[in-house]
Design a protein around this ligand. Structure first.
Ligand code: 5AD
Ligand code: SF4
Length: 477
């Protein structure tokens, strides 16, 4: 018997082989059903983990013989990979599924499929079952690797297919991936979340934390570097608990050091870190590894210790600031901090909110991702009294974004005249001949230059810091 390398479940090779056979069956079915090579339109909502899942969905579809389109009305297969983190994201999906009704009526040979976090919730699947009869296939987050089988059933059976097993989740290695970019890659190192922050739906829809083995991560990473990828972002809901389910355990800092040691010109990014698990070792590793971006996305959610407790976050604003101060001590102004904040958690008072504002002033993040609290069915916070009106929360929200805008501008101003190694990623917005790059800290620098530089690292000097971008110029070496 093979030596045990982990405590969490894996999808076996036999199960994957079975899917490979279904993949061939789908290929045969669609080649008979459609006169031309059918196109699939995969629409992704939500976070980078979903983007990475969609790249696997597209990898499997390509193997089944599908081509791809961004236009829903020329697709023979439309898949929405959905997000459940806030109500607004769910409303958009319902609206967009509603708009597919007439398309499906006119084109009965089209398959409409829904997957992702939203579908993993029973009440949502039930609503789709009852109110959206033209949706052919609904599958949850734990069975993505079974897409060939599920699609085969949807294409050939008479019944609609709903496959939403409630489980802890398993790791499926070796699925084909069709990446959106040939320079920038997402690399999930772990799945799921064990933290149960009281407002958050993710642990319920993504299952328990499970890590890919360090060998699997290093292997995929090395292949990406060899294929010319320049920016590789390691993904996990809480990368700091990476490796706890592996035997022997591997820490995230160790993994970063191993990846940093791989030969080649590339940059490593990662997200997200939870402050309760962010170690000094991780900060020291960031500071000492030359290929690890000096960017820490460390969500603090609220500046009020009372609210942090109600959120089940397991840290205080003081312990959070200790981490930030240590990171700044080691990395100085070069370090870019970003964070997530929730405004209007149930029971939050204006006094609590003012504590968030004061923490925002202390942290001096380069940018913030700010959200108004959205109740999620099944989470403990959704049961709490929530007396503050949405209008009032919207005012607080505006106060927060106004403050951060000033801080972002002053953080940018610190960089005037500095030179950074930047990855040029695309066209700019400051003018026709501008192209855009990101420095280590994920700050955008736009400069006048030739599009042939896209996909390379360049040295750029900051000429004029603006609020959200900086104008710079190319430094000739
Ligand atoms: N309401 C508002 N924002 C939320 N987030 C997670 N759950 C909710 C919710 N119910 C935010 C958190 C998290 C980010 C990804 O989304 O700030 O860090
Ligand atoms: Fe949600 Fe908290 Fe897990 Fe992040 S750490 S996914 S906010 S439960």
């Amino acid at each position: 018997m093979a030596e045990k390398t982990r405590t969490t479940a894996v999808v076996t090779e036999a199960q994957l082989l079975q899917q490979e056979l279904y993949s061939q069956k789908v290929e045969s079915v669609i080649s008979h059903r459609y006169p031309e090579t059918p196109k699939a339109c995969v629409v992704t909502y939500g976070c980078q983990q979903n983007v990475a899942d969609s790249e696997k969905i597209k990898g499997m579809l390509a193997r089944m013989g599908y081509e791809f389109t961004d236009k829903r009305d020329e697709a023979k297969l439309v898949i929405f990979n959905t997000c459940a983190v806030r109500e607004h994201a769910e409303d958009r999906v319902f609206g967009n599924v509603g708009r597919l009704k007439t398309y499906k009526q006119k084109n009965p040979d089209v398959i409409i499929a829904l997957c992702g976090c939203m579908m993993q919730q029973e009440h949502i699947a039930e609503r789709i079952r009852k109110s959206f009869p033209y949706v052919d296939l609904v599958f949850g987050t734990h069975v993505i690797h079974r897409l060939p089988e599920l699609l085969f059933r949807a294409l050939t059976g008479r019944k609609r297919v709903f496959e939403i097993p409630d489980m802890d989740g398993a790791i499926a290695e070796g699925l084909p991936i069709r990446r959106d970019s040939d320079k920038k890659a997402w690399l999930p190192i772990m799945y799921g979340c064990n933290n149960f922050c009281s407002y958050c739906i993710v642990p319920y829809v993504r299952g328990r934390e499970r890590s890919r083995t360090a060998e699997a991560v290093v292997d995929e990473f090395t292949r990406l570097v060899n294929d010319g990828y320049k920016e590789i972002t390691l993904l996990g809901q809480n990368v700091n608990s990476y490796g706890k389910d592996l035997i022997p355990q591997v820490s995230f800092a160790e993994l970063l050091r191993t990846l940093n040691g791989i030969d080649g010109d590339f940059r490593i990014r990662f997200m997200t870190s939870h402050p309760k698990d962010c170690t000094r070792e991780l900060i020291e590793t960031m500071a000492s590894c030359d290929k690890v971006a000096q960017h820490l996305h460390l969500p603090f959610q609220s500046g009020s210790n009372r609210i942090l407790k109600a959120m089940n976050r397991h840290y205080t604003r003081e312990s959070y600031m200790e981490l930030i101060n240590y990171a700044r001590e080691l990395m100085g102004d070069e370090l870019s901090i970003t964070s997530d904040i929730i405004v209007g958690f149930p029971g939050e008072t204006y006094e609590d909110f003012k504590e968030t504002l004061s923490l925002v002033e202390e942290v001096k993040a380069t940018s913030l991702f700010t959200f108004i609290y959205s109740p999620r069915k099944g989470t403990p916070a959704a049961e709490l009294d929530d007396p503050v009106s949405h209008d009032e929360k919207t005012k607080w929200f505006k106060e927060l974004t106004d403050l951060q805008e000033k801080i972002s501008a002053s953080q940018m101003a610190l960089h005037a005249g500095k030179t950074f190694k930047c990855y040029v990623y695309g066209k700019g917005k400051l003018g026709d001949n501008y192209i855009a790059a990101r420095n280590d800290g994920n700050l955008i620098i736009e400069f006048e230059g030739d599009e042939s530089l896209i996909g390379t690292f360049q040295k750029l000097k900051v000429i004029e810091p603006l609020t959200f971008v900086m104008r710079g110029e190319l430094v000739k070496e």
